[in-house]
Design a protein around this ligand. Structure first.
Ligand code: ARG
Length: 440
């Protein structure tokens, strides 16, 4: 335990935020040890980043976490087939696996598995390759696809045994039929079936790109399927490969408890993704629906006050809710993110408070409430302190921004110049709703 604590402290200093890292470590260690995470590793990552990969996984072991590793060997197999001058076909997106292809594939997959296990052992991690016995298959379509398996059942006994002995299980994507015929299985399908059987808290895809990319080639930080899926699938920059990925992940999460989440990240960013709120990669969750209120009862007030005080680090005036001219309140189901909108000047909506806990921000709930807000209030004005960490982000969202002393007045969708001026004056003149003013 003492050793683990010293490792944790080491990390914390690396990650620079001990509270966050501790928070997630506790969350991840809480569940049944097998249920922490399934990590799917593409064959290319084994080929190109073996040492950093092994040390990133070793780090999780040092923290006492026991992920289940599943890996593919696609690029290795492509190379080996090319070297053997075997041309393979794909049908229904799957590699047609003739006996000649299988003859090449089996040793290639075994080798990738051994290489990863060996690299882990080199880093002091006790690991064991599991090449058979997990995926019980039937032929998917023997005439069309040859030796390709259709998974009937996932056997976790060997995986459990190994993990319970403190040994890291490293599973290869091969299955057998009940008669023992080895069958090839697509790594994405194997991952899905394994994940459904294990029901892990976290699902991690380690890729070279380290996340899903938006139209500017930047990593999309989080996707909340509930609110973003439809929008994303409509975008023309979401190309077919990405669309398929998003749909597969959505289907994957549909078969799991709401708390499960998928992180697509890279080897270098794995620990930052896992142990910080902000993460480093793309986090995908089912998400929460966004709820609109037109009044706040006393119980909700209490929750709202807590959220406001937690996110702003200040105390709200006792009577804050009493005289509010409420336009609406938008919040995520779990109250991790909330917008309080008042009736402002000229009947325009005034955003009085926008509060998001750091966890909800990491989970993409702040962005989800913001989107709902802009949809609900296409014209909106608000103000923010220059010192508020969200102010920079507001600059990106707003159409207009006007800075005065410690405040910035923002607006969206308001075109009339006179009205803009009135909004600015109104927002800057509003009374503080916090008890004691810090001088910043
Ligand atoms: N550390 C948390 C998790 O692993 C939050 C990660 C947030 N990541 C992101 N790309 N927004 O679940």
């Amino acid at each position: 335990m003492a050793e683990i604590r010293s490792v944790v402290n080491q990390v914390l200093s690396q990650l620079g935020a001990s509270r966050e890292a501790r928070y997630y470590l506790k969350q991840f260690s809480g569940s049944d040890s097998l249920q922490f995470a399934v990590i799917k590793i593409g064959g290319a990552v084994i080929d190109e980043q073996l040492e950093p990969l092994a040390s990133a996984l070793a780090f999780l072991r040092q923290l006492g976490l026991m992920p289940i590793i599943l890996h593919g060997a696609g690029p290795q197999l492509d190379k080996a087939l090319e070297a053997a001058s075997i041309v393979t076909q794909k049908r229904q997106g799957l590699r047609v696996t003739t006996p000649e292809v299988m003859e090449v594939a089996r040793p290639v997959i075994y080798r990738a598995n051994r290489i990863l296990v060996h690299a882990l052992e080199e880093q002091g991690v006790h690991a064991q390759g599991i090449q058979h016995g997990v995926f019980v298959c039937e032929y998917l379509d023997q005439d069309e696809l040859g030796l390709v398996g259709h998974i009937q059942r996932v056997e976790l006994e060997a995986v459990r045994d190994v993990a319970q002995q403190g040994i890291l299980p490293v599973i290869a994507c091969l299955g057998e039929n009940p008669a023992g015929q080895v069958l090839n299985i697509n790594a994405d399908i194997a991952a899905r079936e394994l994940i459904w059987a294990v029901e892990p808290h976290k699902i991690i895809f380690l890729t070279g790109a380290g996340g899903l990319l938006d139209q500017h080639g930047r990593i999309i930080s989080s996707i909340s399927l509930h609110t973003d899926l439809e929008y994303l699938l409509e975008q023309d920059w979401v190309h077919s490969g990405m669309r398929l990925k998003i749909e597969q992940i959505s289907q994957l999460l549909d078969g799991l408890p709401d708390t499960a989440s998928v992180s697509i990240t890279s080897v270098e960013n794995l620990s930052r993704e896992l142990f910080t709120h902000r993460g480093a990669g793309t986090l995908i969750r089912k998400g929460e629906s966004i709820i609109e209120h037109h009044s706040i009862n006393s119980q909700e007030r209490e929750i709202a006050v807590k959220l406001l005080e937690q996110s702003f680090g200040r105390r709200v005036h006792e009577g804050y809710f009493d005289g509010l001219q409420l336009e609406c309140v938008l919040r995520s189901e779990s109250y991790g993110a909330m917008a309080i909108v008042l009736k402002g000047i000229d009947g325009l909506p005034y955003l009085d408070k926008f509060a998001v806990t750091p966890e909800a921000q990491g989970a993409g709930l702040g962005a989800a409430v913001w989107q709902a807000l802009i949809h609900r209030c296409p014209t909106l004005y608000w103000r923010s302190r220059t010192a508020n960490p969200l102010t920079r982000w507001y600059f990106e969202q707003a159409d207009t921004a006007f800075r005065e002393d410690k405040w910035v007045a923002f607006s969206i969708g308001i075109r009339d110049f006179g009205q803009l001026e009135r909004c600015k004056v109104d927002s800057l003149a509003r009374v503080e709703s916090w008890v004691e003013e810090k001088d910043d």
